[in-house]
Write a protein that binds this ligand. Structure first.
Ligand code: ADP
Ligand code: ZN
Ligand code: ZN
Length: 831
């Protein structure tokens, strides 16, 4: 007896194990690992995913219930993805169902019933039709039929059904979804020619057009879109409808693949002749692909060094071996410009997955991948789960981007998932960036990393293509501007440069680095900002209590009225928005044409693309925006990049703040002078000596990173240590503190009992330290207070297991208290 092991979709600790169900006869051969099923669960009916099959299981029939229904004919997950899900749930400490659900396209999460339809454009030979014993005819009649119904009605045709579903000739659709968002085409399905000719006799002679249509359909006896038919015959749709009324044809809505890029033309591009540097960079990747070696590379290339062309040629190679490729790019870099580079090289073999597509569009792209119609998937974070079966290459562009880490559960990092998935497929991973994350760089250069990335190969592309120079970078000290009486948003050098570009009809990108605004206190006279004396981290201003606090160790001090450094009264916390900058631009430079791109102006679908096209066509002088304008854009007429408030993100209470600032500034600087015209970058700051900023001026990634790594080592932060943050939330602070304390003490005791040192300073020995509980940077959320503990560890310490062990032991107490706990393994955001 075969039994299915099912993970039910209830994300709780209690249900985070498999439950066994019988596979009823009618579903034999259909239920597989990765199938989605409906099962009885106590009094409820739940959805679940099959994660295992136990052949010849001994079963107590009276106790075990059967699976009630199969929700999709073809399992949405493969055995490999289920295995990957298991790995994710262990790695990031989340219930398995949460990891599995994250891999499903949203369209497959609903509970609505699904029906089997013939796919648009699919056809069958007469032999096949006969073989199907009425099944095909029933389907072609267009009555919605559920898979289970079909299996009951045509019990012999199971294998045939399955084959055609796998081939994509039949497909499953949710009817509700069909009505809402699937693109449908009204299509004529004619009867057999003989029947049509017979029908001719019943049609009055004056109904010329109807007769003509019948003859046409008898001759061209296949489905045709109503619109097309009216065009061909130059008649009206009412003519066609009269034929339907006579029962000679049938008109049905047929679903069509919604290709979001259907209306765009992608001129074919041929592989470029690589520069000598690119050739050297590609060589080790290619030889790993050729040998089928599972290897990870860091491709460290300055902006404009031609990394994308290296990816493209590596993908080409991978495809030649009949294997598939996944390319991850940050969501905001998924502009038509980026997509175009892949589409124009690989055409219809590319599927694009990103959040601006509708649910239906995304589902169609996903099916292209699963059915083998696409071999390259380009997408944001979750495209790492693209349902390929033989992956040869995974590319992650801008690998340092924070958006590769999901902030809600499962809190996975796509980079780590990529490495694991590549291991399962024996594939090559290429991580590309001009400013690699410190973790990645360390792992590739020195192999001293504590992170999962150890053992990577390093490839450098240190120069731009065609010897184009990197842009000159000027740093403007805004304190000096203030001294000279300039209180405007734009320094004189930036204002002059803007005027100059306007006169030359060149273009400008302005970045307002706004993250972290209004939470830090800064002196406008000297640039002083308050930092924690113990942690190298800015203090966060709390409006309620009017004090400044460190979110790592809990240190606090009262808000200063004058600057502790220069005694100036101009100490205050900061805040300005893109809208204000836009107004100020209009006032200062009359007639200037500005495109503002921020969360407010890009919520509408397609707006992002619209703005960029407008800018590319030079219908605007300035592209002003937040982080979004920094990534992946390549415009030949951009010769000036200005950065307002470069230091804003430096003040975030995060040990990665300076790394992030450096990365962002380098990225945005890289937008200037990418083509023939040379570029210039002007950075406005109150902190002109800060390394994150001075290193951008010298394009000195290596110098910056080497110094930053020394600091990380001293503090035991990644990559020389790892972190798990545990956040507790509750309406009452005392309850929260008591649970938090209990966790901290539990961890310390457990670690001590295992002989793990808590002393992080002594050399590189294995150690585990618990910081907190302290109030979280976001101290209250939705009326719940938040406290957090940070588990900091290194060496041979399985801190994840220790953490879940302690939390499990506290389980009952936690349940009674009502405290919610969320765990973030390798957190990327400290907020
Ligand atoms: P990156 O991704 O490293 O920022 P790109 O791939 O965007 O760099 O390349 C920068 C520019 O150089 C692009 O306009 C690209 O078309 C061009 N380019 C890249 N490789 C070559 C090559 N081998 N020959 C000529 N031009 C190239
Ligand atoms: Zn501190
Ligand atoms: Zn001061």
């Amino acid at each position: 007896m075969t039994v299915a092991r099912v993970i039910v979709d209830v994300p709780s600790r209690d249900t985070d194990r498999t439950f066994d169900y019988l596979i009823p006869d009618r579903l034999k051969g259909w239920v597989e690992v990765g199938s989605r099923v409906a099962v009885p669960f106590g009094p409820r009916k739940l959805q679940g995913i099959v994660t295992g099959l136990a052949e010849d299981a001994e079963v107590e029939y009276s106790k075990m219930k059967p699976i009630e229904d199969l929700l999709d004919a073809i399992p949405p997950l493969s055995a490999e993805l289920v295995e990957l899900g298991e790995w994710i749930s262990k790695r990031w400490l989340c219930p398995l169902t949460v990891a599995l659900q994250a891999m499903l396209p949203a369209a497959l999460k609903g509970r609505s019933e699904k029906y089997v339809f013939p796919a648009a454009g699919a056809d069958w030979s007469e032999e096949e039709t006969a073989q199907s014993g009425g099944l095909l005819l029933a389907l072609k009649k267009g009555k919605p039929l559920k898979l289970t119904g079909l299996l009951q009605q045509y019990p012999e045709q199971g294998p045939l059904l399955k084959r055609w579903l796998r081939q994509g000739r039949l497909e499953e659709r949710q009817r509700i979804e069909d009505q809402l968002s699937v693109k449908t085409v009204q299509t004529v399905f004619p009867e057999e020619p003989a029947a049509l000719l017979e029908g001719l006799e019943g049609i009055p002679a004056r109904a010329n057009k109807q007769r003509e249509a019948l003859r046409y359909l008898a001759e061209n006896n296949e489905p045709i879109a109503v619109l097309k038919l009216t065009e061909v015959l130059s008649t009206t749709s009412s003519t066609i409808r009269s034929l339907a009324d006579r029962g000679l044809i049938e008109i049905r809505a047929v679903t069509e693949d919604r290709d979001p890029y259907a209306n765009r033309e992608f001129p074919a591009s041929l592989p470029m002749v690589l520069t000598p540097k690119q050739t050297i960079a590609l060589a080790p990747i290619q030889s790993a692909l050729d040998a089928g070696r599972c290897e990870t590379f860091l491709l460290h290339g300055v902006t404009g060094s031609g990394k994308t062309e290296v990816y493209l040629q590596a993908i080409q190679r991978c495809l030649e071996f009949g294997r598939e490729a996944i390319v991850l790019v940050p969501e905001i870099a998924l502009t038509p410009q980026m997509v175009e580079r892949f589409k124009s090289r690989f055409g219809a073999r590319v599927a694009v997955l990103h959040s601006r597509l509708s649910q239906g569009e995304r589902y169609d792209e996903w099916r292209k991948i699963r059915e083998g119609r696409a071999q390259v998937a380009v997408g944001a974070r979750s495209a790492i789960f693209a349902p390929f079966s033989s992956i040869g290459l995974i590319v992650i562009d801008e690998e340092h981007e924070t958006s590769y880490k999901q902030e809600e559960s499962p809190k996975y990092h796509a980079r780590d998932v990529a490495v694991e998935r590549a291991r399962l497929h024996g594939a090559v991973v290429v991580l590309g960036s001009a400013t690699p994350a410190l973790e990645t760089y360390e792992a590739a250069k020195y192999d001293g990393s504590e992170t999962a990335l150890a053992g990577m190969k390093y490839i450098a592309l240190p120069e731009r293509v065609a010897n184009r120079p990197l842009p000159g970078v000027e740093i403007v000290d805004m304190r000096e501007e203030l001294k000279l009486g300039n209180r405007a948003m734009f320094s004189r050098p930036l204002a002059d440069a803007i005027r100059d570009r306007l006169a030359k009809k060149e273009q400008i990108v302005l970045l307002l680095n706004r993250r972290g605004y209004a939470t830090f206190v800064m002196c406008r006279s000297c640039g002083y900002t308050a930092a924690c004396p113990h942690c190298e981290i800015s203090l966060t201003y709390h409006r309620g209590s009017q004090n400044l606090r460190c979110h790592y160790c809990g240190y606090s001090e009262i808000e200063p009225k004058t600057c502790p450094s220069c005694e100036s009264p101009h100490i205050r916390f900061f805040g300005t928005g893109t809208q204000k900058v836009e107004e100020s631009l209009a006032e200062t430079f009359p007639g200037i044409r500005v495109i503002r791109m921020d969360v407010d102006t890009t919520t509408e679908k397609g707006s992002h693309e619209k703005w960029l096209t407008e800018f590319r066509e030079r219908r605007a002088d300035v592209l002003l925006g937040t982080q979004m304008v920094a990534k992946g854009l390549d415009f030949p007429y951009v010769t000036l990049v200005g950065v307002l408030a470069a230091d804003a993100a430096l003040r975030l209470p995060d040990f990665r703040a300076s790394e992030r600032t450096f990365q962002l500034l380098t990225q945005v600087a890289g937008r200037a002078g990418r083509h023939e015209l040379p570029g210039e970058v002007i950075i406005q700051t109150y902190d002109p000596e800060h390394e994150s900023i001075t290193s951008v001026q010298g394009h000195d990634y290596n110098g910056f990173v080497e110094r930053a790594l020394i600091l990380r080592k001293q503090l035991g932060y990644p990559p020389y240590g790892r972190l798990i943050s545990v956040t507790f939330s509750h309406e009452s602070v005392p309850m929260l503190l008591s649970i938090g304390e209990r966790f901290a003490i539990g961890m310390r005791e457990l670690a001590a009992s295992l002989g793990i040192r808590k002393d992080f300073d002594a050399g590189g020995l294995a150690a585990l330290e618990i910081l907190g509980p302290v109030s979280s940077p976001i101290a209250r959320l939705k009326d719940r207070y938040r406290f957090q503990c940070m588990v900091k560890y290194r060496g041979e310490v399985d801190a994840s297991s220790l953490t879940s062990k302690v939390l499990e032991e506290m389980g009952d107490a936690v349940k009674r208290s009502g405290v919610q706990i969320s765990v973030d393994v390798d957190p990327q955001m400290m907020l």
